[in-house]
Design a protein around this ligand. Structure first.
Ligand code: SAM
Ligand code: DTB
Ligand code: SF4
Length: 339
């Protein structure tokens, strides 16, 4: 078993990223096998509960009001639509239901509504995750008390590159929200986006921020930029796919007990590239034909890919719901779990 460290230096991380590809993937797969079933992948489904018109200026995001993107804006979804989507997600084999809102931060009134959603989704036997923007400590406690399992809030990139992408929210704001989520007792989901024109050094420093958090995030989404026409990052030079796999591999080595999610951008990846990511230690995906506003692979395509690779969805699709929950995985590896 590898030791869980929180003191990685940039040099050490860059040395890992620089390894010959086969050596790096072998090391990552070895760490992966020490902590996880290598043929099991956790499956989450995403739903946008409030779409577009966001006051933030994130350069990658189609939902920012600062960019001229053809997007139908939607107000907060009614509870029954959320429940219907959660039912579908569970029937399709998802174990976690992630709800995202295009907000800088929720108001306390917004929270009343989303808390009803958390409670209803839990009643349908799914783990819950929300991504609503920045939270105050009191808001994080309210969500935790309502039974929210995970909160997603991404660091997105390195502290040094961050200012090139977003000006309306600071890196420290993001770290503060993550600290509030952790203090409230929820599981933390945080990661970043690759392919925004950052350097390998930036990818190293993003991984350093994630792995040197006081407690490793339970879930680490690694997104490949989905280039949307009208956003400032549209037209950015595509990232070398092997660089994406290298970053996944190093995330696995640095955070051996975390679920590393092969997140947005899979429609631009071949099956072979996704298989390499699983080999490098990715063990979670978003399933379902839409992410928040952009497409994701067809459900049948993913099922077929899992079959061809001999991958099982964590929890499967039994009548009783998840067979192996993330909670149980963490309990068996000694990671703290909320009761
Ligand atoms: N508004 C909230 C926030 O930003 O904190 C939550 C929703 S936001 C859409 C969630 C995450 O989606 C962002 O932090 C970013 O990492 C990711 N994301 C947004 N647009 C993306 C894109 N075009 N490609 C890849 N990831 C993207
Ligand atoms: C994450 O890291 N990626 C997801 C989820 N967390 C919320 C969002 C991806 C969004 C991709 C662009 C879109 O569909 O709007
Ligand atoms: Fe708004 Fe989130 Fe998109 Fe940034 S990433 S513009 S905060 S919805």
């Amino acid at each position: 078993m590898s030791i869980t460290r929180h003191d990685w230096t940039t040099n050490e991380i860059e040395t890992l990223l620089d390894l010959p590809f086969s050596d790096l993937v072998f090391q990552a797969q070895t760490v992966h096998r020490a902590h996880f079933d290598p043929n099991q992948v956790q499956v989450s489904t995403l739903l946008s509960i409030k779409t577009g018109a966001c006051p933030e200026d994130c350069g990658y995001c189609p939902q920012s009001a600062h960019h001229d993107v053809a997007l139908d804006r939607e107000r907060l979804l009614p509870l029954d639509e959320v429940i219907e989507a959660a039912r579908d997600a569970r029937a399709q084999g998802a174990t976690r239901f992630c709800m995202g809102a295009a907000w800088r931060n929720p108001t306390d009134k917004n929270l009343d509504r989303v808390i009803e959603m958390v409670q209803a989704v839990r009643e349908h036997g799914l783990e819950t995750c929300m991504t609503l923007g920045m939270l105050t400590p009191a808001q994080a406690r309210r969500l935790a008390d309502a039974g929210l399992d995970y909160y997603n809030h991404n660091l997105d990139t390195s502290p040094e590159f961050y200012g090139e992408i977003i000006s309306t929210r600071s890196y420290q704001d993001r770290l503060d929200t993550l600290a509030h989520v952790r203090a409230a007792g929820m599981s933390v989901c945080t990661g970043g986006i690759l392919g925004m024109g950052e350097s390998r050094g930036d990818r190293a420093r993003l991984l350093q921020q994630l792995s040197n958090l006081p407690q490793h995030p339970e879930s680490v989404p690694i997104n490949l930029l989905v280039q949307v026409e009208g956003t400032p990052l549209f037209g950015t030079e595509a990232l070398d796919p092997f660089e994406f796999v290298r970053t996944v591999a190093v995330a696995r080595i640095l955070m051996p007990r975390s679920h590393v999610r092969l997140s947005a951008g899979r429609t631009d990846m071949s099956d072979e590239l996704q298989a390499l990511c699983f080999l490098a230690g990715a063990n979670s995906i978003f399933h379902g034909e839409r992410l928040l506003t952009t497409p994701n692979p067809e459900a049948d395509h993913d099922r077929n890919l899992f079959d061809r690779l001999g991958i099982r969805a964590e929890g499967g699709t039994t009548e009783e719901g998840p067979q192996v929950s993330d909670r149980e995985t963490r309990a068996s590896t000694g990671e703290p779990v909320r009761s």
